[in-house]
Design a protein around this ligand. Structure first.
Ligand SMILES: C[S@@+](CC[C@H](N)C(=O)[O-])C[C@H]1O[C@@H](n2cnc3c(N)ncnc32)[C@H](O)[C@@H]1O
Length: 297
């Protein structure tokens, strides 16, 4: 598959975004594949990096997927709407207070990008009623109307055959032998206090991680190239025992204080051989050709 490498950034900030890990992941990607699938799309850092010519993209977040569709289909209308926003505290809260269901699809997408770029830390958080509740971020010059990047994103998204709100398991319906599936779920918590049981009913818990492991093994058996990112925890190492596990170092916020950053180790699980090694953080690594077909287990 031909891959266009013009630089293109995600148009939203997203928790767990893979922007800073692209060099490390690049080294572990299969060098060629048929269609590309990303069912935990988020900010889409890997999709925008690869710019594949056939993609199946999905996420469970409805507001996010509406925004992707508008960027793909109505980017000029979106840019006009984004240009009307103001980086002012009272204005921010008036936009935050709007119910997205009362807006048309372009205004909804425009509100989503505006709030994402002007809210505290680019967080996406909703209350029990599903209403966005992140405070104003006080940024001097938030870039919510980046015309060139949004137009480039729109061009890349023309190759999305599917862009839908869906559970990750739907990937099984669409993927075929020779396709590449990148799985980047909400991570298994690393701290001792953050246990699965402390999650709310609709968050991503241990049961979902086990469901995801089933999907991974089924995709493997179907002959897909599969790559999964997660935290480096005993749970993940145990679940994916038998598959190739590489570690990468990510520079992340380690708690809610934006000044407290730290390096944490993440795991990348793949079901194929490639020329990558555990030292996959080096900036000068290029993808090289030595990748074999996925194993049949
Ligand atoms: C770690 S983020 C993905 C980050 C993305 N790779 C990036 O570079 O920005 C995980 C994503 O999974 C989505 N998600 C959570 N549960 C899901 C589910 N059951 N099925 C599909 N997507 C889900 C969340 O909405 C979130 O966007």
């Amino acid at each position: 598959m031909a891959v266009n490498r013009t630089v293109l950034r995600p148009f939203v900030k997203w928790a767990g975004g893979k922007g800073q890990l692209l060099t490390a992941l690049d080294w572990l990607l299969p060098p060629r594949f048929s269609a590309y699938h990303e069912p935990f799309l988020g900010g889409g850092a890997v999709f925008f990096h690869l710019r594949p010519s056939a993609a199946y993209l999905s996420d469970q977040n409805e507001e996010l997927i509406n925004t992707y569709r508008i960027v793909r289909d109505q980017v000029e209308e979106l840019l006009i709407s984004l240009g009307k926003h103001k980086n002012e505290r009272d204005y921010y809260y008036s936009i935050r207070a709007l119910d997205p269901q009362d807006l048309d699809r372009v205004e909804r997408a425009s509100r989503f990008i505006y709030l994402n770029k002007t809210c505290y830390n680019g967080l996406y958080r909703v209350n029990k009623q599903g209403r966005f509740n992140v405070p104003f971020g006080k940024y001097k010059n938030p870039r919510y109307a980046e015309a060139d990047n949004l137009r480039a994103a729109s061009a890349a998204l023309q190759h999305a055959r599917v862009l839908e709100v869906a559970d990750f398991s739907q990937t099984l319906k669409r993927a075929g032998a020779g396709d590449f599936v990148y799985l980047d779920p909400p991570y298994v918590p690393v701290s001792e206090t953050a246990r699965f049981t402390s999650y709310t009913a609709d968050s991503f818990g241990l049961r979902d991680q086990i469901r995801l492991h089933h999907v991974f093994t089924q995709l493997d058996q179907m002959g897909c190239y599969v790559m999964l990112s997660n935290s480096d925890t005993p749970t993940i190492r145990e679940l994916y025992r038998g598959f190739r596990c590489e570690t990468v170092k990510a520079h992340r916020f380690i708690n809610s204080n934006k000044h407290r950053r730290g390096h944490i180790t993440e795991v990348v699980v793949v079901n194929y051989e490639s020329s990558g090694s555990a030292q996959c953080n080096r900036a000068d690594h290029r993808r090289q050709g030595k990748t074999h077909a996925p194993r049949s287990r």
